[in-house]
Design a binder for this molecule. Structure first.
Ligand code: SF4
Ligand code: SF4
Length: 677
């Protein structure tokens, strides 16, 4: 009589408090800015199956952390069924969930449950060892950017691990005590399947009946109390991700990863994000979903080169601030009342410093690493948009870059009449002079103005000519596509430049664009459609691979050489172009490809993206030095790249290390051209 009464009181209290907390969290989501993430239901669901239930990123990442998470995740789901049964047995001792009677499917379920619970205990012990003794840096924070995190006590993780352990142990003790009593035929049927519970019962043989009864009851109550406390810890801790991670994966970004959000410059009342209430509901859901695992910070080149940015710390700072301002947001309920001014400006006022935002190379390594698909680059660029467009505050070096783009349509600020100087002794058609061609070769600013990159441009053109590809260039009419301005938060400049280039492209009826720059490729392919510029954009290696396959060019043998390929972020993580450049390099006889560690989707940025090509990096914090060191460890004679920025960064790094005589950085196109028959 007492048990059902007490149990009901406990459930009502715990569920009531839990419901209230969840409602408060929901109000915060509702108060955030709208964002359309309800399309492509099937694709979203597939992502949930692969990334949430299949735990793909955990399993393909660092071990044993990935496997232990997989086991605990599935253990939780399996044991949840058992826990519901235990709640029911508080009201009726022979309660079983429909279809799970021990004489039916409930038997095999018990076999599965015991196996999984055993696995969870092992996984939790491994996790406890890591937290208590191994202290991996990923969990404890990366100094200096995560100094605050490193100083936090990790009681929360330990409490949760002990709770999970408690749930498993109390379940085994409950079974063991019941089975040892042997007074109930149903217990006997369960015992046949629950092999670990039976083993515990064997250990209890010889105990007094009263003691067994007491132990069984105590274990049952403990199990119930732990789960109800656990339920209420979830929304107040990083373990909120247990509830929010699946929706976060479901509502992940499905547009091309490389397309930044389009800002409405005409309707927008403010530009960019500077207050907590200006984040969208999906960005708030990101804050709820962080598991604090540190995979993002561990992959971040800004963090590893000692800059003040660590993505995890950035997100946690935003989340904590959001919770601090909860009352204020709830009072106003609907964003926009009272001018929508909730809290102070978070950018540059101590919470998120300018340095943190400018440190990002927009490489997306953090997003690639995050197991729950948290998005960073859009948030960071949104805050940069505020700095640049509302406060006109940015690193001084960028004055020249922006001015160059505005007045000369290139970040170097070189006279636009010089744009096709690289082509003066090459017989190349200009669209304006000779009319249509199959492809427009969009050279881009680096390929047109940077001395080193011009060599790559000429090499690529020679290949195109050798293969009789029908192509033309815009020559002096070519304009910068604005990519740099967009990454730097100058959305207004980007949209203005994009509109001008689209006007030129459309005037010539351009349909197919060729490019040998991943930044141009990404912007023309993924971002221009937002502004009405829809073209078929092909990257150089893709075309070369086709030409080789069709036999339109063949490559001769080269002296044997060890080559390592550095993935550019904007071909790789942004556009999943990993294989084609490697296949092209593999066609050069004598080339021995040696992978850098890390490479492909885990590859480290060269340090030039996100506008860093135009900013001054302190010598002791240079990302390219770290990347070149990784490349040198392959003992390759050539570092192959497929991006003009990567080329500049690799050469700079090689020089700094005094290795520029021994190791050369070369574009894939230069290597192909050199090997042409
Ligand atoms: S995009 Fe790259 S540099 Fe920026 S926070 Fe993520 S990992 Fe760090
Ligand atoms: S953002 Fe993702 S990768 Fe980074 S700590 Fe949170 S869950 Fe881990």
């Amino acid at each position: 009589m007492l048990t059902p009464f007490l149990l009901t009181a406990l459930i009502l209290t715990a569920v009531g408090v839990f419901g209230h907390t969840i409602y408060r969290r929901f109000l915060l989501l509702r108060a955030a800015r709208p964002e359309p993430r309800f399309d492509r239901f099937g694709e979203r669901l597939r992502g949930v199956l692969v990334y949430a239930f299949g735990q793909k990123k955990f399993l393909s990442g660092e071990q044993p952390a990935g496997w232990t998470h997989f086991v605990i995740f599935w253990g939780f789901i399996t044991v949840a069924i058992r826990t519901l049964t235990l709640f029911g047995q508080g009201y009726a001792p022979h309660f079983y969930l429909p279809g799970l009677h021990p004489d039916g499917l409930g038997g095999p379920y018990l076999l599965l449950k015991d196996t999984v619970e055993g696995g969870v205990i092992i996984a939790v012990l491994i996790a406890l060892y890591r937290w208590l003794f191994a202290h991996p840096r990923r969990l404890f924070g990366f100094a200096p950017a995560e100094k605050r995190l490193a100083q936090q006590s990790h009681w929360e993780a330990l409490v949760i691990l002990f709770f999970i352990l408690g749930l498993m142990v109390t379940d085994f003790l409950y079974d063991g005590a019941r089975f040892a009593l042997e007074s109930d035929p149903l217990n006997l049927s369960e015992r046949r399947w629950a092999f670990l519970g039976s083993a515990v019962a064997s250990l209890m043989q010889g105990m007094e009946q009263k003691a067994l009864k007491l132990l069984g009851d105590l274990s049952w109550w403990l199990h119930i109390v732990i789960i109800l406390i656990f339920l209420n810890l979830l929304p107040r801790s990083k373990h909120f991700h247990i509830i929010t991670a699946i929706p976060n994966v479901f509502f992940r970004k499905l547009e091309p990863a490389g397309a930044l959000s389009l800002m409405d410059l005409e309707k927008g009342e403010t530009y960019g994000t500077s207050r907590i209430d200006q984040f969208t509901w999906k960005q708030v859901l990101d804050m709820y979903s962080c598991t604090e695992c540190g995979r993002c910070s561990s992959a971040c080149p800004a963090t590893s080169s000692g800059k003040p940015l660590a993505p995890r710390q950035l997100l946690l700072d935003l989340r904590d601030y959001l919770y601090d301002r909860e009352g204020e947001i709830q009072q106003k309920k609907i964003r926009g009342q009272n001018g929508g001014e909730i809290g102070v400006n978070i950018v540059g006022q101590g919470l998120i410093s300018d340095d943190v935002l400018w440190a990002c190379t927009t490489c997306r390594a953090c997003e690639e690493a995050c197991p729950v698909m948290i998005e960073y680059v859009d948030k960071i660029v949104d805050m940069r948009r505020h700095l640049v467009q509302e406060e006109t505050r940015f690193p001084g070096e960028l004055n020249r870059t922006f001015r160059g783009m505005e007045t000369s349509s290139n970040p170097w600020g070189i006279g636009p009449e010089q744009r096709d100087a690289w082509a003066k002794d090459l017989d190349i058609h200009r669209l304006g002079e000779h009319g249509a061609a199959e492809y427009l070769y969009y050279v881009g600013c680096a390929g047109s103005f940077d001395e080193r990159s011009k060599k790559t441009t000429r090499a690529f053109v020679k290949i195109l000519k050798k293969a009789n590809v029908s192509f033309a260039i815009l020559g002096k009419e070519e304009l910068c596509n604005g990519e740099t301005a967009r990454r730097l938060g100058n959305e207004y400049l980007f949209q203005t430049m994009a509109a001008s280039l689209i006007e030129v492209l459309d005037r010539y009826g351009v349909k197919k664009i060729l490019t040998n720059c991943p930044h141009c490729f990404n912007t023309l392919k993924n971002e221009y459609p937002q502004l009405g510029g829809k073209y078929e954009v092909t990257h150089a290696a893709e075309l070369i691979e086709k030409l080789l396959r069709e036999g339109r060019i063949t490559l001769e043998g080269e002296p044997p050489q060890r080559i390592t390929y550095h993935d550019s972020c904007y071909y790789g993580r942004y556009n999943q172009i990993y294989d084609v450049p490697r296949e092209v390099l593999g066609r050069i006889q004598g080339a021995q490809l040696q992978e850098i560690n890390p490479h492909r989707h885990e590859g480290m940025c060269c340090g030039a993206g996100g506008g860093w090509m135009w900013m001054e990096e302190p010598r002791d914090k240079r990302v390219n030095y770290l990347r070149v060191q990784q490349a040198l460890e392959t003992h390759a004679e050539t570092i192959a790249v497929s991006c003009p920025y990567c080329m500049i960064m690799m050469e700079d790094g090689l020089k700094a290390k005094g290795m520029d005589e021994k190791v050369k950085a070369m574009d894939v196109m230069e290597l192909v051209e050199r090997a042409l028959k």
